[in-house]
Design a protein around this ligand. Structure first.
Ligand SMILES: Nc1nc2c(ncn2[C@@H]2O[C@H](COP(=O)(O)OP(=O)(O)O)[C@@H](O)[C@H]2O)c(=O)[nH]1
Ligand SMILES: [Mg+2]
Length: 307
């Protein structure tokens, strides 16, 4: 392995307490290409990173997602290892992430924090939320992972150049994982250690708001991958609501009370629900055919690119 081929990518927003130590640790492990992409920190993150020997780019927009997307476009190294700047991941575990991409077993590696975490690294709410989001992800994409939200990840060139990121915030890890599934890139999870943040350095993640955004990203992006899941969920909700209203209407009608507008409403709900089931089948057909075509195209591209 040539360490010159690897770029360490660190997104930061006010991580002055930890960034210098992190950069120095990577340097001492022999990694010289370290890019800190900063989100307009108001503390001394930038100067500390610079003094420790990192290359600095201040992101053009805001949000972790925009930062990563900008960095992916900017970089051209053979491999990227992405890591949070908050000192919650261990630089010395980098080989665990690199091994599968370098040996060609994976295009993208996710460091799975769920097996080994320090007390206080996750709140109970975090753990529960992560579990639910990983399960929803599995249902929507049929790929069962343990830690789609991890911030310690590795990519080969082919992977990070294909990944298209449109969300700007903390949905970035989710969107990366979804893009890999959609583009047939091979994902491997490896167990890593997760530490608690140092005291006084607060997370920028707001669990309820960001959890909701991540959940809706998983759902909304499933439309072009698993339309059966996407449309059947809407169809199911509409039909069930329609049936509940319908039962009430019929029950009242048996007792000689007629609700005309409510009857129309129940019928509309059920009809729209059934329409969604039909959409689901049609879209699934389109998506399957498109997937087949994309596979063939990727195969042809690979053949052309062969030396
Ligand atoms: N460039 C950039 N980095 C960010 C932004 N928001 C958060 N980060 C960094 O992204 C990493 C993960 O954020 P963090 O608050 O630790 O989220 P958590 O790990 O989910 O608790 C940290 O290194 C943050 O400094 C942002 O808007 N821009
Ligand atoms: Mg963090």
């Amino acid at each position: 392995m040539n360490k010159e081929d690897i770029c360490i990518l660190i997104p930061t927003l006010n991580e002055g307490k930890t960034i210098a130590g992190l950069v120095k640790e990577f340097k001492s492990l022999g990694y010289s290409d370290i890019l800190v992409i900063d989100g307009h920190s108001t503390d001394d993150t930038v100067s500390k990173a610079q003094n420790a020997g990192a290359r600095i780019v201040v992101q053009s927009g805001t949000g972790k997602g925009q930062a990563i997307s900008q960095a992916f476009r900017l970089l051209s190294s053979k491999y990227i290892v992405m890591i949070d700047g908050d000192g919650t991941y261990l630089p010395e575990e980098i080989h665990k992430l690199l091994e599968p991409v370098i040996s060609g077993h994976a295009d993208h590696v996710i460091g799975n924090r769920s097996l080994n975490y320090q007390k206080g690294a996750f709140t109970g709410f975090n753990l529960f939320g992560n579990m639910i989001l990983n399960k929803i992800f599995g249902l929507a994409y049929s790929v069962w992972l343990n830690d789609i939200l991890s911030g310690y990840r590795a990519f080969n060139y082919n992977a990070y150049k294909q990944i298209d990121l449109n969300r700007t915030g903390f949905e970035v890890e989710t969107e990366i994982t979804i893009e890999c599934v959609k583009k047939d890139l091979k994902i491997v999870e490896v167990p890593i250690t997760y530490l608690a943040r140092v005291s006084g350095a607060a997370t920028k993640l707001r669990p309820v708001r960001d959890g909701f955004r991540i959940g809706s990203t998983i759902y909304l992006l499933a439309r072009t991958h698993n339309p059966l899941f996407y449309f059947n969920l809407i169809g199911g909700l509409l039909t069930i609501t329609g049936i509940i209203v319908g039962i009430y209407v019929v029950n009242e009608w048996i007792n000689n009370i007629t609700h005309v507008p409510l009857t129309i409403f129940a019928t509309l709900l059920i009809v729209t629900g059934i329409l969604m089931f039909i959409f689901a089948i049609l879209s699934d057909l389109i998506v399957s055919m498109n997937r087949e075509n994309m596979r063939i195209m990727r195969k042809i591209l690979k053949e052309i690119e062969k030396p």
